[in-house]
Design a protein around this ligand. Structure first.
Ligand SMILES: Cc1cc2nc3c(=O)[nH]c(=O)nc-3n(C[C@H](O)[C@H](O)[C@H](O)COP(=O)(O)O)c2cc1C
Length: 371
């Protein structure tokens, strides 16, 4: 599946080829943009903070790959939530490239014989996708909110706006507003919680991914589950949103992850907070009931609670060097200043794969510097 950015430029279009040829400056700018996009991907939400991705940077593209060693084998045997996490990272890549003025071509799951290749993203000259540049600051500020929400009605206009945002990612948003449906969500979440916590392999997996003390078995559990659950149908904890897809396959999972991040970033920009809470979607029986009783034909993919909340603490991330590598062809050509090819209309030497005069290196603090 390939998409090209929409034609409405909110910021000046990205670097353009000089005289129809690819200039050294353009190559450098593209590579710097790809480096920044990789940084943005690392900030995406992921199921249980598993960050199940690796990124390979090439001179002309970024490959986003699944890291199956970080898949939750018991809670997520199909890899649905793994692909949703990759979808969220992919959305950050798209936003970061758009913010640098690039249009993008995205190939999702392009190779059937390589299902771990989730997406290939190519920056191309042209108009960046409409709203994405405005979301990039929120990539750094977005946090999953697990504490309570302040009593504040979620306005219908906000729900309409988020519904339109999800639709741009081939997903739908179902707001759960009636008391009966919210009670159902609470019941199914608690049921799924009990199923998972009663299963030793699930508990071990939750322990593995949570940097917290072990989760006790249900019999000796103190009050209050570790994972955010639904404890109220009152005016607080007001609104649940279900992100749904027309199909239930790997592409739909990836797209629903993109929809999730788009919705989360829009909420962040607008000063609202959100928390995915997906137990009820991880247990087949409760997921089936959500579909039959709430979403109808479409497949429920993610459950979110949204509301108004105080600012949240910072989070930890995998070190960049453990995630991002550089493909053979990602080395930069000589800097354009060296032969003046750009200023003289591209008359200098063509870029050479072996010319490595200006290249990105990790700065030792999880970022990138250019030497
Ligand atoms: C597919 C998916 C499912 C998630 N499910 C839950 C959940 O059930 N409960 C929860 O508290 N957080 C959930 N999260 C949020 C992650 O735990 C969170 O993104 C991760 O810990 C990193 O923290 P951050 O979002 O603040 O960056 C989910 C995230 C994704 C992408």
């Amino acid at each position: 599946m390939s998409t090209q950015a929409s034609p409405t430029p909110p910021v000046p279009a990205g670097p353009q080829p000089v005289g129809g040829a690819t200039s050294h400056l353009e190559v450098d700018e593209r590579m710097q943009a790809l480096e920044g996009a990789a940084d943005a991907a690392l900030l995406a939400p992921s199921v249980h903070g598993s960050q199940p991705w690796t990124i390979v940077l090439h001179r002309d593209r970024l490959e986003l790959r699944a890291d199956r060693t970080r898949q939750l084998q018991t809670l997520d045997p199909s890899g649905r939530e793994l692909l949703q996490s990759l979808g969220a990272a992919l959305f950050n890549v798209r936003a970061a490239l758009a913010a640098r003025g690039w249009a993008v071509e995205v190939d999702r799951l392009p190779q059937p014989d390589d299902p771990d290749l989730a997406a290939v993203v190519r920056p191309v000259p042209g108009a960046p996708e409409g709203r994405l540049p405005m979301l990039v600051d929120a990539v750094h500020r977005r946090r999953t909110h697990r504490a309570g929400f302040l009593a504040e009605e979620v306005p219908d206009e906000l729900l309409d706006y988020l519904t339109a945002a999800a639709a741009q990612e081939d997903s739908a948003l179902v707001a759960v507003l009636s008391d009966a449906q919210r009670r159902l969500i609470a019941e199914l979440t608690q049921e799924a919680d009990a199923v998972q916590l009663g299963h030793p392999d699930c508990r071990a997996e939750l322990d593995r991914w949570r940097p917290q003390p072990p989760i006790p078995a249900p019999t000796d559990r103190p009050a209050g589950p570790r994972r955010r659950t639904v404890d109220s149908v009152s005016g607080q904890d007001r609104t649940f949103l279900l992100i749904t897809s027309p199909t239930d396959d790997p592409i739909a999972w990836l797209r629903s992850g993109e929809a999730l991040e788009r919705v989360l970033l829009e909420l962040t920009v607008l000063g609202w907070a959100a928390s995915p809470m997906t137990q009820s979607l991880e247990v087949p029986r409760t997921r089936a009931r959500l579909r039959s009783e709430v979403t109808g034909e479409s497949h429920p993919q993610l459950l979110l609670r949204i509301g108004f909340a105080e600012a949240r603490p910072d989070i930890t991330r995998r070190h960049r060097d453990d995630v991002v590598s550089t493909g053979d062809r990602a080395r930069s050509p000589r800097h354009p200043d060296e032969d003046g090819s750009l200023v003289r209309g591209g008359a200098g030497r063509p870029p050479s794969d072996d010319a490595v005069a200006h290249r990105p290196v990790p700065d030792g603090r999880g970022g990138t510097t250019w030497i």
